[in-house]
Design a protein around this ligand. Structure first.
Ligand code: KG4
Ligand code: ZN
Length: 356
């Protein structure tokens, strides 16, 4: 029972074939990092154009790597949203074309549910319900309760920047390349996380909501109060010509005080994420935790979750499944296939699609 998954919600064109909901037969991800890197973030018009360029070869490669022909597929699954509408549209139109011409059912998948299944597909029956899911990526920071059968309830979400977005913005203001999350994560391990004390966001209303824009502003104020212009400009110059530098190269451009600032920033983001997630887990009497999305690659977050010695299993995706990919979309489609939840030809991209 093979499902072809297609994912084009942001800046990765991805296709994968997954068998039985959990065995990845092929997974191809074509990243647009080099296109958007010089703008310091994703440019929606360029993203759509790049998806158009990549979608046919990426899907073909996924099918070839799986040694699979279209009639052997059980269904075609595609990300409906949330994401950039022009980017989503490319995947949806292509998925419809395959499904229609090969007479296959079409399955619409929520991108956030995809991130949750990136973990669920590997954790299998170890994942106990109710589970708490923290989905933290460049576009989202959400807490969900997952009940048996993958039914969701939204518990909290960011009111401003997503966690990954906060990493990318702080990295940009410090002169590092895009995306900044992986760079700051590595530099953080060379600094003192207690050096700068940033307060956690105070939330009025729902205490399970997040906020990261105040932290970003606090970092900016810290930088403005010091004479860092030359140091930052040197990194900016370097990142223009060497966007994919090694950690050693970034460290050579990062004095100890800046390493400490980055370690302290990371420490605060992790505290913000884990404090609210732990609170939510208590409220729903969670039996396990899922931490997923691009930020789940963060070494500091993984270590902190391990050290917290939580009374339930904490499941992270492996890094290749943490960032955007299509295997998670095909996996999330499997229970929908079993329930016969198919989409009609009128399926539309939904930029603000919610999960619960
Ligand atoms: O899930 P993803 O590929 O795309 C979205 O759905 O947004 O996540 C990408 C985000 C970027 O903001 C990137 O900086 C962040 O995940 N990210 C990280 C790390 N690796 C990726 N943030 C912190 N630490 C990391 N190691
Ligand atoms: Zn994502």
């Amino acid at each position: 029972m093979r499902i072809l998954g297609i994912e084009t919600s942001c800046d990765e064109t991805a296709a994968a074939v997954v068998e039985g909901g959990s065995r990845i037969v092929s997974s191809v991800v074509s990243s647009q990092l080099d296109v958007h890197g010089k703008y310091g973030g994703v440019v929606p018009e360029l993203a759509s154009r790049e998806h158009l360029r990549a979608i046919v070869p990426v899907v073909r490669q996924a099918m070839e790597q799986a040694s699979c022909s279209y009639p052997e597929l059980a269904a075609v699954a595609v990300t409906q949203g949330p994401g950039l509408v022009g980017s989503l549209l490319v995947g949806i139109v292509y998925a419809k074309a395959i499904a229609m011409s090969c007479k296959l059912p079409l399955i619409a998948v929520n991108h956030l549910e995809g991130h949750i299944h990136a973990v669920a597909m590997e954790a299998g029956s170890q994942l106990q319900f109710p589970a708490l899911a923290l989905v933290a990526s460049g576009g989202h920071t959400h807490l969900f309760e997952i009940r048996e059968g993958f039914h969701y309830r939204l518990l909290g979400r960011t009111r401003d920047d997503a966690a990954g977005e906060a990493y990318d913005k702080v990295a940009k203001l410090l002169g590092y390349s895009y995306p900044g999350g992986p760079i700051l994560d590595q530099i953080a391990s060379y600094g003192d996380p207690q050096a700068v004390s940033f307060p956690l966001a105070k939330m009025k209303g729902n205490p399970l909501d997040f906020s990261f824009s105040g932290l970003k502003t606090a970092v900016l104020r810290w930088v403005e109060a010091r004479n860092m212009a030359a140091e930052i400009e040197a990194r900016k110059q370097w990142s223009r010509s060497h966007p994919r530098s090694s950690i050693e190269e970034w460290l050579a451009l990062t004095p100890p005080a800046t390493r400490d600032l980055i370690a302290s920033f990371q420490h605060t983001v992790i505290r913000e994420l884990l404090t609210r997630a732990e609170m939510a887990a208590g409220m729903i009497s969670a039996k396990s935790w899922v931490i997923t999305g691009g930020v789940a690659c963060n070494a500091g977050l993984r270590a902190a979750a391990r050290q917290a010695k939580l009374p339930y299993g904490v499941f992270f995706p492996r890094p290749a499944l943490a960032t955007d990919n299509a295997a998670m979309i095909a996996a999330a489609a499997f229970p929908k296939y079993q329930r016969g939840e198919f989409a009609g030809w009128e399926l539309k991209a939904h930029a603000g699609l919610t999960l619960a």
